[in-house]
Design a binder for this molecule. Structure first.
Ligand code: FAD
Length: 500
């Protein structure tokens, strides 16, 4: 039986060996013979697996595969020059503790059996079919990059932005840096009542000096310093029992310095009696809402609220009907809301219009009604209605060797922990299939083949060590201002810094 260096068909470094040099773009450039080869006595080739997307789903899937198959190799392809998906471009800058997962992902990326290839748009620079030819298995973990449209008149007016774009703007997503939201208005309306809506409200109303030590971009901080937004309405079609935000985020809003909450006690009529039957998280959330809405604050809190220059309010039972234009028609100046009532109970209750409407004047409308996955390659099955890749336990239907994890698998809901569990399950499914002999047992070229393809197409991937250089540059730029980092915003500048 042949004793072979792992990945024998592939010119690569051995386990325990870091890639050749800090600048090398992949481990496959490292010459054979560096370090001591791990040998194994099987004719089976080491599985070559690739993951598309370097958000939590991509990294947690890779982590699971590497941990539970000691000979698997995982390449992670990412369209951005930088890794970590929504951890970098979604999670709010004033929630740095949430970003701690980056250190776990960094450990995964530094494994000798893992490589990161940023600056590669799958579906454009390389097709899924080409990846399938080069790898034993392909996992699609590319998240949800679109937003759900409101589908109401006036949605296209200046002053109306999707949550995705607004969040991308303050978090340094290159494609949103031209957004330039006009914050000279008095009132902003956020449509949707999930945690993303509360993130945006908090960023709009947090005293800018509290954001100065976060990784928010300097440009958005400058705009927020000049903001004249005094009131933020957070609008939901249904009632308090259906609000999608969680208690931690609500509490943060209630305690936000310089602001006072506005809740209409009428929205809470009859809720007191129903609280005891609610599941615990919903019960605690509703209790907090109810207390804030109907109880008189203590003397100290009342004084604080009386002095607060800003306010935010939850507007329940309102569905957006039309964005109202300014008199010259060139800008959003308000929103018409249909008043609703509920049909049914609990989470399943439906909002139906009562026929009444209400107009709210505002100069900024942020639509936070959901993210949406897109089809990135016509060969991959896609359910446009649900916005997910049809799958059974992570196996893409009718596509052996193709898997999915994260938001593209189950839809754009759930926190990082949910995405982790879901990605581990996909990893488990893939390894079961491998063990059951359901995947090709032929040797596969992996990144060697893809690198050649990309190079012939003028695409130059960036490696994880490239990212570490950019990371060091960001940290160093942030230091002067006492920030954890100042994010690089321009891909051309990033490439220049890498000597490309
Ligand atoms: P993503 O994180 O979106 O990662 C997908 C990756 O795929 C991205 O890097 C993307 O660039 C890449 N990609 C896309 N298309 C391609 C392509 N064609 N080729 C190559 N790569 C591609 N959860 C928490 O627990 N705490 C929070 O505080 C929190 N805050 C959030 C704030 C916002 C605004 C949002 C939207 C979500 C937040 N979440 C939070 C949820 C959390 O971010 C998600 O659960 C998680 O990011 C989903 O992971 P994912 O990998 O499926 O998607």
């Amino acid at each position: 039986m042949a004793l072979r260096c792992w990945r024998w068909w592939h010119w690569s470094a051995c386990p325990g060996t870091r890639p050749l040099s800090a600048g090398s773009s992949s481990r496959s450039r490292a010459p054979l013979g560096l370090g001591v080869c791990q040998q194994f006595s099987t004719q089976e080739p080491s599985p070559q697996i690739c993951v598309v997307g370097s958000g939590p789903a991509g990294f947690y899937t890779a982590q699971h595969l590497l941990k539970h198959h000691t000979q698997a190799y995982v390449d992670i392809y990412e369209k951005q020059l930088v890794p970590f998906g929504l951890i970098r471009f979604g999670v709010a800058p004033d929630h740095p503790e949430v970003k701690n997962v980056i250190s776990t992902f960094t450990q995964t990326a530094r494994s000798d059996r893992c490589a990161f290839h940023g600056n590669v748009v799958v579906g454009r620079d390389v097709t899924v079919l080409e990846l399938q030819k080069a790898y034993h298995a392909v996992v699609l973990s590319y998240g949800a990059e679109d937003h759900r449209a409101l589908e109401i008149p006036g949605e296209e007016l200046p002053g109306v932005f999707s949550a995705r774009a607004f969040v991308g703007w303050y978090n340094g997503l290159p494609e949103n840096q031209e957004l330039a939201p006009d914050l000279s208005c008095d009132t902003a309306v956020i449509l949707g009542q999930g945690n993303v809506a509360l993130d945006m409200a908090r960023i709009l109303l947090t005293p800018p000096e509290h954001l100065e030590k976060t990784d928010i971009t300097e440009a958005s901080l400058r705009a927020l310093r000049q903001s004249r937004v005094k009131t933020v309405w957070i609008v939901g079609r249904r009632g308090p029992l259906q609000a999608a935000f969680t208690i931690k985020e609500l509490r943060e809003m209630i305690q936000l310095p310089g602001t006072r909450p506005i809740l209409d006690p009428a929205d809470f009529l009859g809720l007191q009696d129903r609280i005891k039957d609610l599941p615990r998280p919903r019960k605690r959330l509703t209790e907090l809402l109810l207390r804030t809405a109907v109880e008189k604050p203590g003397v100290e809190e009342a004084a604080r609220q009386a002095l607060a220059p800003h306010s935010w309010g939850l507007r329940f039972f309102r569905s957006p009907q039309q964005v109202l234009p300014s008199p010259d028609g060139r800008q959003a100046a308000g929103i018409r809301l249909a008043v609703t009532r509920l049909e049914g109970f609990g989470e399943a209750a439906k909002a139906v219009p009562t026929g009444d409407t209400e107009d709210l004047a505002c100069g900024l409308v942020l639509s936070s009604v959901g993210y949406k996955s897109r089809l990135i390659d016509p060969t991959v099955p896609f359910d446009p209605k649900l916005g997910v890749i049809p799958n059974v336990e992570g196996r893409v239907v009718d596509m052996p060797g193709l898997y999915c994890s994260g938001w593209v698998k189950r839809g754009p809901t759930g926190v990082i922990a949910t995405t982790m569990t879901d990605s581990f399950l996909t990893g488990q499914t893939l390894l079961q299939d491998l063990k059951a002999g359901l995947l090709s047992s032929d040797p596969k070229p992996g990144y060697t083949a893809i690198e050649a393809l990309l190079s012939s197409r003028g695409v130059w991937p960036v490696s994880f060590s490239d990212w570490e250089k950019l990371d060091a540059e960001e940290v160093s730029r942030g230091q002067c201002a006492g920030k954890p980092r100042e994010k690089l915003l321009d891909p051309q500048e990033m490439l220049r810094l890498l000597g490309r």
